[in-house]
Write a protein that binds this ligand. Structure first.
Ligand code: HEM
Length: 504
């Protein structure tokens, strides 16, 4: 019965006096929706894609208003790579994320144009970034005098070769702790959960270099964890003007976390001032407190800079080492080759030092190959923002557009890297290749003025800890290794790596 009633209702409805205006209205709604679904690149490009002389390519069908947000999940780097390749838009592709215009390059030449030019020297800022104070820290401060000042200060006092080598004893101390924990876990549980060990080790390492020793490690660790969740969480305010609704409570939680961070870091600053021994110490807090009057930061900015260092220093290093160890466990011959190299360099008895790393080219090649296959920032993590109208690869990009580089797509492109899916560190023995951002075929730390300032510190830590792990143990899988990925703030292993550590 109902099958007949519904069409009859609509038929009689359209026979009324309202039928014509309703038909016209439906026509307009339908064409409007069809139009915004079919704008190449999506809704956010509606004013810019009309020019037939602009060769910017983009997918021709997207969700109305949402654009490609529904596709940006934990495998966004892979989805964007396959979209770009199927549209022949690897050089540059336009998409919309809500009302945000985005261009993405999966090509080394165009990536260089974006990262190293002057037009993309700022970063797009999310609401949570501002609430968590990162807009006053190096990563998100606009590229003016303030950004230059804090970046220079950190480069001299935290990331310079002298500063890095002054922290070697801390790295060694934490390596000893991690080795001991691995022994203990083997004895108690029969296998090692490397993810936990690496995260705790990285946290202690960065806390040591930023604050010297601190008994607030656990509290800060929890804050960093919550910060990662909040920054990675979807927030309406970043993509739609309806953001004031705070539907998922991100804003409320950010306020709460920022207050906690502020209290704790300010207390550490006050304590250090009271003790007054900062001129004799080499941690970053002491360095900031001993700067000459004219260079000194106010307390609020100091909190932001110190908090950022902790925030960035933990995740990337732990994640890169976990991927590297997963590869070592999966490729026992390559593991044995690195161990041979280590044994030839310093034997089983002498503990490996920072100064030995230069004599371990194969170990360095292994890390490069891991960075190629599993870059911790596959979309170079922090996007860039066009500060003015600009042409990239002859396409017009309006000011305010977000630009991303899909480093994962570049490092998996067979026209850029032969046999890109194979784990073959030998390729870096055959070719002398710097990963410090000069060649965009592999630039896991970004490139240009906003490239990662922590790259040398990050690599020194990863090289030393990897060498210590391999010198101490032979590693084998305790269950099949799963290379599944999950893109949060960084590209993590989906399942934690569990393995056996057998003393050598
Ligand atoms: C394996 C380790 C690391 C990787 C893969 C990595 C990767 C990156 C990437 C891809 C960028 C963006 C570059 C760009 O936009 O061109 C970046 C920026 C940054 N990184 Fe790292 N990073 C690592 C370690 C560290 C460490 C240990 C620190 C500090 C303790 C750090 C601090 C920063 C900062 C402050 C920025 C922002 C720079 C700016 O905007 O001026 N990173 N990093």
């Amino acid at each position: 019965m109902e099958q007949f009633l519904i069409p009859c209702f609509f038929a009689s409805f359209y026979q009324t006096a309202w039928s014509l205006p309703l038909l016209v209205l439906s026509y307009f709604f339908l064409t409007f929706f069809l139009n915004i679904c079919f704008i190449p690149g999506g809704f956010a490009w509606r004013y810019y894609h009309q020019n037939p002389r602009n060769p910017l390519k983009g997918p021709k069908l997207s969700w109305p208003f949402l654009g490609f947000l529904p596709q940006m999940g934990t495998l966004a780097h892979r989805k964007l790579a396959s979209m770009a390749s199927s549209l022949h838009a690897t050089r540059l592709m336009a998409i919309s994320l809500g009302s945000t215009r985005v261009v993405i390059s999966s090509h080394p030449e165009i990536a260089k144009e974006i990262l190293c030019g002057n037009s993309f020297s700022d970063r797009p800022i999310k609401e949570s970034t501002i609430l968590l104070m990162f807009d006053r820290a190096i990563g998100f401060a606009p590229s003016g005098d303030y950004w230059r000042h804090i970046r220079k200060t950190a480069s001299i006092h935290m990331f310079s070769p002298r500063a890095i080598s002054s922290l070697e004893s801390l790295r060694q101390y934490i390596a000893n702790e991690m080795v001991e924990k691995a022994h203990k876990e083997m004895k108690q549980r029969g296998f090692v959960n490397l993810k936990n060990i690496l995260h705790k080790g990285s946290l202690h390492n960065v806390l040591g270099s930023v604050f010297g020793s601190s008994d607030k490690g656990n509290e800060l660790g929890l804050m960093v964890k919550e910060g990662y969740e909040l920054i990675g969480e979807f927030n309406w305010a970043d993509y739609f003007p309806l953001g004031f609704l705070d539907i998922f409570g991100v804003r409320r939680r950010c306020h709460k976390l920022a207050a906690k961070v502020n209290n704790l870091v300010s207390e550490l600053i006050r304590e250090r001032r009271k003790i007054g021994d900062f001129r004799m110490r080499n941690d970053f807090l002491s360095v900031l407190l001993s700067l000459p009057e004219e260079d000194r930061l106010n307390d609020a900015d100091m909190v932001a800079v110190l908090w950022e260092m902790i925030f960035r220093g933990v995740d990337n290093i732990a994640i890169l080492l976990e991927w590297t160890m997963a590869r070592m466990v999966l490729h026992p011959k390559i593991q044995a080759k690195v161990q041979d190299e280590i044994d030839r360099c310093c034997g089983l008895d002498r503990v490996i030092q920072d100064s030995d790393i230069a004599n371990l080219p194969y170990l360095q090649a292994v890390v490069k190959e891991v960075l190629r296959l599993h870059p911790p920032g596959p979309l170079l993590s922090w996007a860039r923002l066009a500060t003015h109208d600009v042409h990239v690869d002859k396409c017009f990009i309006p000011a305010g557009t977000t630009a991303m580089v899909n480093m994962w797509a570049i490092t998996h492109d067979p026209t850029v890297w032969p046999d890109p899916w194979a784990f073959r560190p030998e390729r870096f023995m055959e070719e002398d290749f710097s990963i410090m951002g000069f060649n965009l075929r592999l630039a896991p730390f970004g490139s240009g003025r906003r490239a990662c300032p922590g790259k040398a510190l990050g690599l020194a830590t990863v090289h030393l800890w990897l060498a210590r792990f391999l010198q101490e143990f032979k590693w084998t899988p305790s269950e099949p290794v799963d290379l599944g990925e999950c893109l949060k703030l960084s590209l993590e292993m989906k399942k934690p790596l569990l393995c056996y550590a057998i003393s050598r």
